[in-house]
Design a protein around this ligand. Sequence first.
Ligand code: ZN
Length: 590
Amino acid sequence: MEILYRVRAETPADHRARFTVDVDGVRSPSLDLVVPSWVPGSYVVVNYTRGFRDFRARRGPDGTELPVERVDKARWRIRTEGASRVRAEYTVYGHQLVTEGFDLTPDHLFINAALCLPYVDGHLADPVSLEVEAPTDWKVVTELEDVPDSRHRYRARNYDELVDSPIDVGRPVLLTVNPGGIPHRISLCGTGGNYEVRRLEEDVSKVVAASIALVGDSPLKRYTLFYHLTDTPDGGLEHATSASCVVNRNCFQPGEAYRRFLALTAHEYLHLYNVKRIRPKVLGPFDYTRENYTRLLWWMEGTTDYFTYLVLRRSALYSTEQFLRQRAELVKTYLETPGRNRISLEESSLISWIDLYQRFEETPNQSVSYYLKGDLVSMCLDLEIRHRTEAHASLETVLRRLWTDYGRPGIGLEEDELLAVVNRATGLDLAPFFDRYVRGTQELDLAAFARLAGLDLAPRAKRPDERDEPESSDLGVAVEDSGGLPRVRHSFEGRTGHEGGLTPGDEIVAINGAKVTYAGFEKALEQVPPGSTAELTVFRRGYLQKISVVMGKPLPRKYAFTPMDSPSDLARAVYESWIGEPWRPERETS
Ligand SMILES: [Zn+2]
């Protein structure tokens, strides 16, 4: 069957694009066109067809109209009445600049195929083509293969490849760098942006080079990094030969935001290995109509995140201090998540569809992100391997082994196969580690693992030159702004607010009779000594109530990894192989 999609950027100002799907070689009495209910890489079911309208079908490109029935939210059934060529036509409203978006504005057309191009049911494996019609001064940027002698026509081996190849049409700033001799395009779409071309090119090249060095190989002929410059928080979506990122247009000057940008870039880039090629068997070919369950997302995302920061350290884009500080920030977030041992990494992976992507008020008490815990467990696994092999093997060895055995051939990991690969690659038996921290819910003794690399992990003591800032008593809640009042978003189990009965939705009006505002909430907590009983006045479901809470001790503001005074030779060797530089005990690590 031949399937050709056409998209016309008809009225960019009102965000409507016109689509046709030509299907040639039809032999069935009906044809189902189906829009995916999720996008690979974003593990949540979403109703993408809200913006569809005027769906029609006809015989051939210009023939009589054929009957169409909408079978469900995402499926249209065309009665073919003996036609061998069928054309479907429809319009889609696209005004969502997110990583898996479909966005049409007077500036550009950005397409993730899953959001606007339905597949022909039963023909996911058939080759497809796509033709783009856009203003003449717009250029098309995509990793899809050009159809020779055509204007803006591209083809893919199958529907999965089409979905895996985002397309941006517009007037992007297009840069090309060649780390490892492989052309990498940087496509900057959108207005503004405080980037400096030279630095951006250099730093992206460093990320790419360090990633290739980590795995020891690259499968790429070419790659494109799409950066959509906007004003929202950043995010990214990985693809086999590209990545689609949405970033704040002002993130490019050196500092915290730029380090986050580099981390996003490294994370999405590493996915070309981990998840796009080294992947769970169930993730491709996909079932686009429902959840595709895997227990391995912790490795696909958390371990990718762990390697992200290792790559940034190896490329010297992060100093050792910045690397260890970032680790310590993760530790703090992790230790302040009450649900960290309520659910295993495998279960947290499995229920991503209703958990990580559907967070709600109780999530922190019953669950933990497989990015966060997956990263820290990967770090501990890495330190354990380095320690037990006297720094002859590491998690990098495991990644390379996965690449050789599963990446190149693209055969997919069975759900229970990862441990065997880890054991094979390292020569160790890591089943007890997996039983405790991957399949089980035993508390991760982070300080004990840090000592394997000669580092103490503890709440950070103040340096003498630091100001003595007043410390807030702990109430154990996360609040959000509700018309100027702090409204409880999360009430953390095991902390004082929860024990006193503070519950999500409570709007805190006063503490000990004194008015409280959202802006002044932290200051208000400084006025109440730890251990004292405070009377909180709250609106609960619109009704004024009083609650007594015993204020908790302040939580550590920060954690830090600091070098031990006299670590063993083995611990030094672990540190040096891990950090990639000689042991320097005089270092102040945070
Ligand atoms: Zn990811």
